[in-house]
Design a protein around this ligand. Structure first.
Ligand code: ADP
Ligand code: MG
Ligand code: MG
Length: 193
């Protein structure tokens, strides 16, 4: 699938709606293994993204991805803001040479890994991205695969971020950034363009 500017806007509008509907749930996931703000952080950021895309309509997917990145970096805060911001910034850079969604998302995943230093198995959003980006590339992204990827973080012991302070006690909880990333992939699945 090739990403167009209209699809990018539709994708972000759907993602923002999912974040808004689930902001309490996301912050509740962040309470036992973090500081309880993930849903509020993401909702603040995605509301700002939707506003930015409508007040400053991007002329290309590159421009859209750059606007999204800058807005997330300046409004989300916490650990997740710079990481989601990096993901969209890397997609923006990559979009100079390709609009293939799988390749854009692969660049985003590499950016998240580089920025945060997390590997698959560390109980971060990297787990969801690393499981689902190959599925996008193969045209095999499904809701059940998204759900499975998010759930796979529950038994993991956190090695990065606030949850890592809990060590073994981080076991048994879904990682909040993985849950929000799951919504990002579901929003993508629902984007028709
Ligand atoms: P904070 O922990 O600063 O309050 P958030 O609550 O908004 O930030 O985001 C927490 C999420 O960020 C975690 O659930 C995890 O998915 C993600 N995260 C934290 N540190 C890293 C990292 N080093 N690499 C990748 N993702 C990370
Ligand atoms: Mg938090
Ligand atoms: Mg915080």
């Amino acid at each position: 699938m090739e990403l167009t500017v209209n699809q990018t806007i539709e994708w972000m509008t759907k993602f923002a709606a999912k974040i808004a509907a689930n902001k309490q749930l996301l912050s509740d996931l962040d309470t036992p293994i973090g500081d309880g703000d993930h849903g509020f952080n993401m909702d603040r950021g995605m509301q700002a993204v939707v506003k930015k895309l409508s007040t400053t309509p991007p002329a290309s997917e590159s421009e859209a991805l750059k606007e999204i990145a800058m807005t997330l970096i300046s409004t989300v805060g916490g650990a997740s803001g710079p990481l989601y911001g990096t993901a969209f910034l890397e997609m923006a850079k990559k979009s100079a040479t390709t609009t293939d969604l799988g390749e854009l998302l692969e660049a985003a995943l590499n950016g998240i890994e580089k920025r945060g230093g997390a590997q698959p198995g560390d109980k971060t959003m990297v787990d969801v991205w690393a499981q689902l980006v190959p599925k996008v590339k193969e045209g095999q992204l499904t809701e059940s695969r998204i759900t499975a990827a998010v759930k796979s973080t529950a038994p993991m012991i956190a090695k990065k971020g606030r949850a890592s302070y809990l060590g073994e006690r981080s076991k048994g909880h879904v990682d909040p950034g993985s849950q929000s990333s799951g919504y990002l992939f579901t929003a993508l699945l629902e984007t028709e363009g």
